[in-house]
Structures are given as C-alpha cells and as structure tokens.
Design a protein around this ligand. Structure first.
Ligand SMILES: NC(=O)c1ccc[n+]([C@@H]2O[C@H](COP(=O)([O-])OP(=O)(O)OC[C@H]3O[C@@H](n4cnc5c(N)ncnc54)[C@H](OP(=O)(O)O)[C@@H]3O)[C@@H](O)[C@H]2O)c1
Length: 302
C-alpha cells in the first residue's frame, strides 16, 4: 500500500481506477463501490496519512490492490504526479473518477482570493487536465470511462457560492459534451450531480448556517455513490441522485432567472451562529490621487 512498489515494464500494466478526493465523503464511498466490484484502485488526495488508512481499510475489506499518491491537484504538478504515480505502480487508468472538489461561500469580494483561485484550479482545471491525460488511453483500448462529480448547483447561478456553482456548471457542460463525443467508442463519460450530501464540505466552506442546509434534506455519500456507480457502469451520461434533485434540475431549467437567482440567494445567504444574515465588508474607496486618470478624448484630426 505504498508508493515504493514499482512495476516499470509497461507490458504488464494492469487496469485500475484512479479516484481523486478518495479519503472522505463521496470519493471515499465511490472507492468502496469500485473496490467491492474487484477493481484495483489508485487513490489521490493531499493527506498521506488519511490515504494510507483508507487504502488499508479498502484493501482489507475487499481484497483488492490499493495504491495511494498524495498530490495537490490544484497545481499542474499534482496532476502530472498522478499520471506518473499510476504508471510507476504498473497500472493504467481503466476508469478515472474526478471527484476532488472544494467550496467557498460569502460575498465574492470578501472571499480569500487564494481559495477562489484554488476552486477554479481544482474543480475545473484539474478535472480537464486528468481527463486529458487518461481519456486517450481509454479510447485507444476501446474500454473504460470517466466519471465526473458535479452538483445540482451546476444547473443554476448561486449567489454567495458563485465560483463553486460556476465550476460545477463547467463540469456538467464538459461531461455532457464528452459523453456525446465518445458515443460508440466503448468508453463511457458520465457525470453525477448530487444535491446536498452529508459531508464536511459545507462546514469547510463556512456555509454551515445557510438556509439550504436546513431546507434541502441531505443524502448520504453512500446513497450518492451507489446510484452514480450503477448508472455509470450502465452507460448513463447524467445521474441526479435522489427524488428531489431530478425535479429541482427540471424546475431550474424552466424557472426564469429573475425568480431563480433571488431564490437561490435566499437559500445560500451566509448567516452567523445566531442565524443573522451576514453583510459584505465595507470597502474603502481608493483616494482620488490613486484613481486611474480619465481617458483623454481624441480630437478628430482636421
Ligand atoms: N457534499 C455535498 O453536498 C456535495 C454536493 C454536490 C457535489 N459535491 C461534490 O462532490 C465532491 C466531493 O465532495 P465531498 O462533499 O465528498 O467533499 P469532502 O468530504 O470535503 O472530501 C473532499 C476530498 O477531496 C480531497 N481534496 C481536497 N482538496 C484537494 C486537493 N487540492 N488535491 C487533492 N485532493 C483534494 C480531500 O482530501 P485532502 O483534504 O486530504 O486533500 C478529500 O478526500 C466535490 O467535487 C463536491 O463539489 C458535494
């Protein structure tokens, strides 16, 4: 279960499932689904201790080979590291699960810029990067597939989680287009768009007091993973787990933005521990002298 076991002869490469964000929540539950079916796994996350523990538990419960690689996927080097590690373990990616994702919440101008950039880098860029690295091999072998994890939030603009929701809309659009492109190739591309799932994601984003967590009943990661896995294996291109989510996605498509966006704003507005809504931090006007000069008007030439 460590990174030192190398099989350098590519002719004996074996199939495995590369799963990102596999130590907790939905990723962990998806790893369980694949392992239960006898798939070897390559698990990816940043925390090596959690990865080693997860690999040990999955290997022991399901008798499959589980390797781990600790990578920060919000960096290009992290994505390259996954490909190198999988090859080093003597595996090729039969399946890729792009699950790792982070969320942040609040008024956009008050959010930590590094976190906002990381959302785009992890949720969007790493998902495209890993797909680019592994999909061509699957197409050449005419087998395998990519399962991407989007969200119900991908179906609508969401105030106070603007970047996260937009990143999930990207994943939905990208996955549906690739599912079409890969028809008839033997390779499946699929996307799962869960609603609220009972994981640490919302607390990590500081959204634990928002109304959506009170109003939208959560599914468990296991419920989401079980449905996503079965549908993925059967070749469905989109999975909306639960009963309410398909209705929500349908309603979002036919509700005009003037009603949908304020409604989402009400659900997703940040609140403090006493349930008071939070307001944006007052921003200082830059002093006059530091403002950019007005552009000069060009006089028409005589
Ligand atoms: N929970 C929900 O309500 C919900 C709903 C819809 C969609 N989703 C989506 O489902 C996916 C999983 O969410 P979750 O709720 O299961 O999250 P989670 O419980 O917070 O788990 C996130 C996983 O991603 C890993 N990760 C985070 N940053 C990473 C990075 N920079 N590089 C590599 N790995 C990283 C974490 O491990 P390390 O911290 O060790 O890196 C962890 O294994 C996300 O894409 C999320 O957007 C969640």
């Amino acid at each position: 279960m460590n990174e030192s076991h190398l099989r350098s002869d590519p002719s004996i490469a074996l199939p495995a499932v590369v799963i990102t964000g596999a130590t907790e929540g939905i990723g962990r539950a998806l790893a369980e689904e694949f392992a239960r079916d006898g798939h070897a796994l390559v698990l990816v996350a940043r925390d090596h201790a959690k990865l080693a523990k997860t690999a040990e538990e999955l290997g022991r419960s399901h008798g499959v080979e589980v390797k781990v690689t600790a990578q920060d996927l919000s960096t290009p080097e992290g994505c390259a590291g996954v490909e190198q590690a999988a090859r080093g373990f003597g595996f090729y990616a039969e399946y890729l699960v792009n699950n790792a994702g982070i969320m942040s919440s609040g008024f956009f101008q008050d959010e930590d810029p590094a976190t906002v950039r990381r959302i785009v880098d992890l949720n969007v860029r790493a998902m495209v990067d890993l797909t680019m690295r592994f999909l061509p091999g699957m197409l050449a072998r005419s087998r395998g597939g990519v399962l991407n994890v989007s969200s119900m939030m991908g179906y609508m603009p969401v105030p106070y989680q603007a970047t996260y929701a937009a990143s999930k809309a990207f994943i939905l659009s990208f996955s549906k287009a690739l599912a079409y492109e890969t028809r008839g190739t033997g390779v499946k591309v699929s996307v799962v768009a869960p609603g609220v799932v009972a994981t640490e994601l919302h607390d990590k984003a500081g959204a634990q007091n928002s109304r959506y967590l009170v109003w939208f009943p959560p599914l468990t990661p296991e419920q989401v993973a079980s449905k996503a896995y079965r549908r993925f294996k059967r070749g469905w291109s989109v999975t909306l787990p639960g009963i309410i989510n398909p209705l929500g996605a349908f309603a979002a498509r036919f509700t005009p933005d003037f009603a949908l966006i304020p409604l989402m704003g009400w659900f997703f507005r940040l609140r403090d521990d006493d349930r008071n809504v939070l307001w944006p931090r007052p921003l200082e006007k830059p002093p006059e002298s530091k403002r950019a000069p007005e552009p000069k008007r060009l006089e028409p030439a005589d």
